[in-house]
Each structure stands twice: as structure tokens, then as C-alpha cells.
Design a protein around this ligand. Structure first.
Ligand code: MG
Length: 244
């Protein structure tokens, strides 16, 4: 018996069709979806942001230790100052992945050394700290200076300004993902300090612990927290945008 299949069933190799040459610029234009239009208020706050502190009150904040009203000092110039001893403050709202903008200024009087000079901090989901510290001509451990992801990532440069100048932090935080009681995807931080990239999409290894290694206990959304580290650090113009 002849095993050769009939001619009309033989699979021939397809002849490659030459790639279509695009000559019309319109063929690579994509018009939809159109990005939502946003605007800016007088303080340059984007219209799709939530203002966490606009200088008037601490309505958005509570004391971390007992959930009573936040007791930090509001100043006549629309700034606020850590009131040492009153404890950390945190937002009433909880957040997932976010973009956060804040402005801070080290205490008026330069006092103390290392971690004791102008120390505060911004925590995401109550677990992950980006350090706030007067790191202007003030050496400390590199993974604990201003803009470090505390004890996890050293900033690329030290962009800290002197204590009499306001400074900006723009932080993009992606939260970690958990499933079946385990972390399945790490979170990340990107930090821009005074317009300079200092943390470039770094992996969050777990909670930023003072002592010992990071922990990875499952959790959901959480507040933004500002730290009372006994130093009168000043804040103004804090806003947040939810991501994804
Ligand atoms: Mg701190």
C-alpha cells in the first residue's frame, strides 16, 4: 500500500507574507481611552487628590495610640508641627497603593545627632517607613538617613536641604499582595526628594523594623502615619492619590 497522502492534503509550509509597510502616521495613533483631564488648585494640588493636610485643621487625622483627635500643633502659617510626647498620628482613611506628596522642614533649632536630629517618618499601611530625618551634614547609618526605606534601602543620593528650608517628598507606594496567608508579591517604593530620584522602584522586603528582620504578616489596606520621634518636625501641604 502506498502511504503517500493525496497531493491536495500535503501541508505546505505557509509562504510568509511580507510585513505590511506602514506609511500613514495615523495607523499607529491610539485615541481611546482618553486620559481624564485634571486641574490644579492654588496650592498646585491635583483635582483628583485627597488633601490630607491643607493647613487649616487635622480633620483627616487621629492619634495612633488611642484614636482620639490628633494633638499636633497647627501654626498660623498653615503648617503643623509634631508635638513631642503626643504620639504618632495617622489618617482616618485607609489606603492601598498610592502616590503621596508631602512637604516637611526640620526643627527650627538644630539639636541632637544622628537619629536624634529632626527625626520623624512617614509610614504606609502602618508598616513601611520612609525615613524623615535632618540628614543635612548629619551622618547616621545609611539605611536610616532621610528617604531611606528604613533599614532596607539606602537612598541613591543625599538630597537633604538645610533645616531652614522646606523639602518635598513624592512617593509612589505599591502595596504587597498576599494569598493563603503568605506574601505572593512584594510591594515597592519610588521616592523623589526635592525633585531628585532617591529610591528607584525598590522592593519592600517586609515591615521596616527597628530591631531585627522585616516581617511579612498578611494585611490589607492601612492608614498613612506620621511619626512623633520627640523632635518638632514641621509639615505642610500633604495630599494623596489612589492608584489602581
Ligand atoms: Mg523615623
Amino acid at each position: 500500500m502506498n502511504d503517500t497522502p493525496p497531493l491536495n492534503t500535503i501541508k505546505e509550509k505557509p509562504v510568509p507574507t511580507p510585513e505590511k509597510v506602514i506609511t500613514d502616521p495615523k495607523e499607529t495613533e491610539v485615541w481611546n481611552p482618553e486620559p481624564k483631564v485634571i486641574s490644579f488648585n492654588d496650592g498646585n494640588v491635583p483635582s483628583d487628590a485627597i488633601q490630607l493636610f491643607n493647613g487649616n485643621d487635622l480633620e483627616q487625622w487621629i492619634s495612633t495610640k488611642d484614636s482620639t483627635a490628633a494633638a499636633w500643633t497647627i501654626n498660623p502659617d498653615k503648617t503643623m508641627t509634631v508635638k513631642p510626647g503626643t504620639g504618632d498620628i495617622q489618617t482616618k482613611n485607609v489606603f492601598g497603593s498610592v502616590q503621596l506628596h508631602l512637604e516637611w522642614k526640620a526643627p527650627d533649632v538644630v539639636k541632637g545627632e544622628g537619629q536624634g536630629r529632626g527625626n520623624s517618618g512617614v509610614f504606609f499601611q502602618n508598616k513601611y517607613e520612609v525615613q524623615i530625618l535632618d540628614s543635612y551634614q548629619n551622618r547616621t547609618y545609611a539605611n536610616g538617613q532621610a528617604t531611606s526605606v528604613y533599614k532596607q534601602h539606602i537612598p541613591l543620593v543625599n538630597a537633604t536641604k538645610p533645616n531652614n528650608e522646606w523639602q518635598t517628598y513624592d512617593i509612589i507606594f505599591h502595596q504587597p499582595k498576599f494569598a493563603d496567608g503568605k506574601k505572593v508579591k512584594s510591594g515597592s517604593f519610588t521616592v523623589i526628594h526635592n525633585g531628585v530620584l532617591v529610591q528607584d522602584h525598590v522592593e519592600i522586603l517586609g515591615s521596616t523594623e527597628y530591631i531585627g528582620p522585616p516581617k511579612n504578616e498578611p494585611h490589607g489596606k492601612g492608614p498613612i502615619k506620621l511619626q512623633d520621634h520627640s523632635n518638632p518636625v514641621n509639615y505642610r501641604n500633604i495630599w494623596i492619590r489612589k492608584l489602581n
